[in-house]
Design a protein around this ligand. Structure first.
Ligand SMILES: CC(C)(COP(=O)(O)OP(=O)(O)OC[C@H]1O[C@@H](n2cnc3c(N)ncnc32)[C@H](O)[C@@H]1OP(=O)(O)O)[C@@H](O)C(=O)NCCC(=O)NCCS
Length: 137
């Protein structure tokens, strides 16, 4: 059974293993928790074991715009509708916001289109030396 929560007040770093799949220099669980705490909006999916098995974050000015930087479900829990549910829930949190944006690989466009989003152009910089977030203040 999966439970969803819209805050991380009771979450410990030890409940956050296994995320950032494929990242050469992933953030630690402590940094991951800081990322969740610092986001203006968050939804986590919790398994019976109290492990976090999925999360989505958003950063918003609270007026007109929001960006969804992270969505991830642990490989062991994919294909069960958790990713879809996380996005649905964060979009409900952002329902009063005009412009909601995210970047994704082309193969994920249909995933987001099913959730009411449409494809627009985007630009980005990646400072790979900062990928672990270890030096962020
Ligand atoms: C993308 C991701 C969050 C999807 O999570 P999930 O819990 O497996 O997704 P769901 O079970 O809710 O899938 C919903 C639908 O999207 C489809 N889908 C899921 N992942 C997909 C993928 N990588 N490519 C294409 N379609 C995908 C599913 O087939 C499903 O379709 P259906 O309802 O017709 O069966 C997950 O694969 C993941 O964490 N990937 C690595 C991180 C990532 O790419 N994040 C997105 C950053 S933009």
């Amino acid at each position: 059974m999966i439970r969803y929560a819209a805050d991380v007040v009771d979450i410990l770093p030890s409940q956050l293993p296994g995320f950032f799949e494929g990242w050469p220099n992933p953030p630690s669980s402590e940094t991951h928790l800081r990322l969740l705490q610092s986001s203006s909006h968050v939804v986590i999916a919790l398994a019976d074991s109290h492990q976090v098995v999925g999360f989505v974050t958003a950063i918003s000015d609270g007026v007109l715009s929001a960006y969804v930087p992270f969505l991830e479900v642990l490989p062991s829990h994919r294909g069960r509708g958790i990713g879809q549910e996380l996005i649905r829930r964060v979009l409900v949190q952002l329902r009063d916001i005009y412009s909601i944006n995210l970047h994704c690989d082309p193969e994920l466009r249909s995933f987001y289109e099913h959730l009411g989003m449409r494809s627009l152009g985007g630009m980005a910089i990646r400072n790979y030396e900062n990928q672990s977030g270890a030096h962020a203040v």
